[in-house]
Write a protein that binds this ligand. Structure first.
Ligand code: HEC
Length: 142
C-alpha cells in the first residue's frame, strides 16, 4: 500500500513538474522589438537609389528597377508601382504586396519574369524600418 502511495506521489510530482515547465515557456517574456515608426518615403527614396545597401553591401533597388515607364532593366519598371501594387495579388493590400516583394521576392513572380531573378536576401540585410521606408517610398510612385 505504501508503495502505491509513493508511486502516486512520484507520478503526481512529475506531472506537476511537467506543468510547471509548460507554463514557464508560455510565460517566458518574448523579446520586444523597438516599435516601428511608420515608413518614411524620404528615407525610403534615398535608400532605394543607393547603389549599395544593407548589412552585406548588396546591390540597391535602382540597379535592377527603372523609374522610367516601360524600361526593363533586370526587373520591371517601378514608374507606377505604387498604383499597380494594390492589384498585383487579389486580396492583398499594396503595402503587404510591396513588403513581401522585398522580403520574399519569389512569393509572386511579376508577369514575364522568372523565379530567382530578384536578389532574395534583403529580408535579412535590411532592418524592418528600412523595409517600411522602401514600401512608403514605392507607394508614392504613381
Ligand atoms: C538583381 C536585380 C534586382 C534587384 C537588386 C532588386 N530587384 Fe526587385 N525585382 C527584380 C526582378 C527580376 C523582379 C521580377 C521577378 C519577381 O517578381 O521576383 C522584381 C520584382 C520586384 C517587385 C514586384 C514588381 C511588380 O511589378 O510586380 C518589387 C516591388 C520589387 N522588385 C522591389 C524591389 C526593391 C524595393 C528592391 C531593393 C530593395 C529590389 N526590388 C531590388 C530584380 C531585382
Amino acid at each position: 500500500m505504501k508503495r502505491i502511495l509513493l508511486f502516486l506521489m512520484i507520478v503526481g510530482a512529475m506531472s506537476l513538474a511537467a506543468c510547471g515547465n509548460e507554463s514557464e515557456t508560455i510565460d517566458a517574456p518574448t523579446p520586444t522589438e523597438a516599435p516601428l515608426e511608420p515608413g518614411d518615403a524620404v528615407r525610403g527614396e534615398k535608400l532605394y537609389k543607393q547603389t549599395i545597401i544593407g548589412t552585406a553591401n548588396s546591390a540597391g533597388c535602382a540597379a535592377c528597377h527603372s523609374l522610367e515607364p516601360d524600361v526593363t532593366l533586370v526587373g520591371p519598371s517601378h514608374a507606377t508601382i505604387g498604383a499597380d501594387a494594390a492589384s498585383r495579388v487579389p486580396g492583398m493590400s499594396a503595402e503587404d504586396f510591396l513588403r513581401e516583394s522585398i522580403i520574399d521576392p519569389n512569393a509572386h513572380i511579376s508577369d514575364g519574369f522568372t523565379v530567382g531573378a530578384m536578389y532574395a536576401n534583403y529580408g535579412e540585410e535590411l532592418s524592418a524600418q528600412e523595409i517600411e521606408d522602401l514600401v512608403a517610398y514605392m507607394l508614392t510612385l504613381q
